[in-house]
Design a binder for this molecule. Structure first.
Ligand SMILES: NC(=O)c1ccc[n+]([C@@H]2O[C@H](COP(=O)([O-])OP(=O)(O)OC[C@H]3O[C@@H](n4cnc5c(N)ncnc54)[C@H](O)[C@@H]3O)[C@@H](O)[C@H]2O)c1
Ligand SMILES: [Zn+2]
Length: 358
């Protein structure tokens, strides 16, 4: 069992990383919740896989609990679904001392956190992430949100969980495509922060992709440490935290340009990282070999590395709508050397067109 302490200003908490064991959850819960009343939110895919075990455990320890199951997928991250969950929370008589448990991927985590942050102006919130992306990224750092029909993640807040409980063996049931999508974010941590971690991922890539438990625990622990470290220093993305967006300026534009249908998030981020690395190379910030290294590793994961059929003007239009933009300038997080990135705002449009067309 690994334990990481996340010392955010608004609320410090622990991340537990566990190999196929739910019992430690009870000890962890008892030290961070206000009452024995829980409201579990999960989606239809995760419910039959993991809720029965959680249900048994909570019952055994006489923790009062209700469960609400929502449809899987991004469309559940809506105000309509939030309204349904508020109603269910009221029906279950949740009060200020109660705790919401998000059992699932980033969709369930984001909307559950949004409900926890807003129901009665904020109640307890536990994350039990079950996708690689949720375990290394979305469950940590307190960004909670729902989508507006016109923009993703635009209605939200910063609300740190009381606990993140990662059982790495839940990844055994995750569809392969979802798992490798999470790999893009894992690789991102090497590029933005830790070249040693990147070297380690390269050496252990086969073992990670074959879901070796010890390798997974190491990978997830290091990713969680890096994200926690960044979030501790800049909880509300006023400075350092923006580096987590490497690959995301172009990646988000790709998602928007393809109406969120062609690529899952991690696939779009893989493409985004490749093209942002190419841009960095054209600006002489990094060597071409460092770009190839990224492409090779992503290809090893069967992630896409070449854009096709998306017009560069459409991508640039989408980028100009990014909510990270400052004063009308598109923001890029570009690699500047081994395991390092920096923020750039004044990228020439012609160069951008050129790079996106390669
Ligand atoms: N809050 C943040 O900081 C942050 C960061 C990154 C992404 N996000 C958000 O995360 C969301 C994406 O999260 P995601 O990639 O986890 O997608 P997801 O929650 O949609 O899960 C992907 C799919 O896997 C299924 N699933 C989940 N766990 C499973 C398991 N163990 N076994 C079998 N199936 C399982 C789900 O039902 C779903 O169909 C997006 O909405 C994104 O905006 C938030
Ligand atoms: Zn991402």
């Amino acid at each position: 069992m690994e334990k990481i302490y996340v010392n955010t200003g608004s609320r410090p908490y622990y991340i537990y990383i566990i190999e196929n064991n739910w019992e430690p959850l009870i000890t962890a819960l008892s030290s961070c919740v206000k009452s024995k009343k829980f409201f579990v939110i999960c989606d239809e895919n995760v419910y039959p896989l993991y809720y029965p075990t959680l249900d048994k455990l909570l019952t055994k320890h006489e923790y009062e609990h209700n469960v609400v199951v929502i449809p899987p997928g991004e469309s559940s991250k809506s105000l309509e679904c939030a309204n349904y969950l508020y109603t269910e929370a009221l029906n279950a008589h949740l009060d200020r001392q109660s705790t919401i448990i998000a059992l699932g991927g980033g969709v369930v985590g984001d909307i559950s956190g949004f409900i926890a942050a807003t129901y009665m102006r904020g109640i307890g919130f536990i994350q039990i992430p079950t996708t690689l992306l949720a375990q290394i990224d979305s469950s940590i750092g307190g960004k909670v949100a729902v989508n507006h029909p016109a923009a993703k993640n635009i209605i939200g807040s910063f609300y740190q969980p009381n606990l993140v409980y990662i059982n790495v063996n839940t990844l055994n049931t995750l569809p392969k495509r979802e798992f490798v999508g999470g790999m893009a974010e894992l690789i991102k941590y090497g590029y933005i922060w830790d070249i040693e971690f990147l070297n380690w991922i390269e050496k252990n890539i086969d073992s990670i992709l074959s879901l070796n438990t010890n390798t997974l625990i190491h990978a997830i622990r290091r990713a969680c440490e890096i994200k926690s470290h960044i979030v501790e220093r800049d909880e509300k993305e006023e400075g350092l935290r923006v580096i987590l967006n490497f690959g995301h300026t172009i990646g988000h534009a790709i998602e928007a340009a393809t109406n969120y249908k062609t690529y899952i998030h991690g696939e779009a981020i893989a493409l985004g990282m490749v093209y942002e690395a190419k841009l960095a190379n054209r600006l002489s910030l990094i060597e071409q070999t460092y770009v190839y290294r990224l492409i090779q590793l992503l290809e090893k994961c069967s992630l896409p590395t070449k854009l096709s059929g998306i017009d560069s003007s459409l991508l640039i239009d989408k980028m100009s709508l990014d909510k990270k933009n400052r004063g009308g300038n598109i923001i890029f997080i570009l690699p500047t050397g081994a395991g390092a990135v920096d923020l750039y705002t004044d990228i020439d449009n012609t160069l951008l067109h050129e790079v996106l067309s390669t």
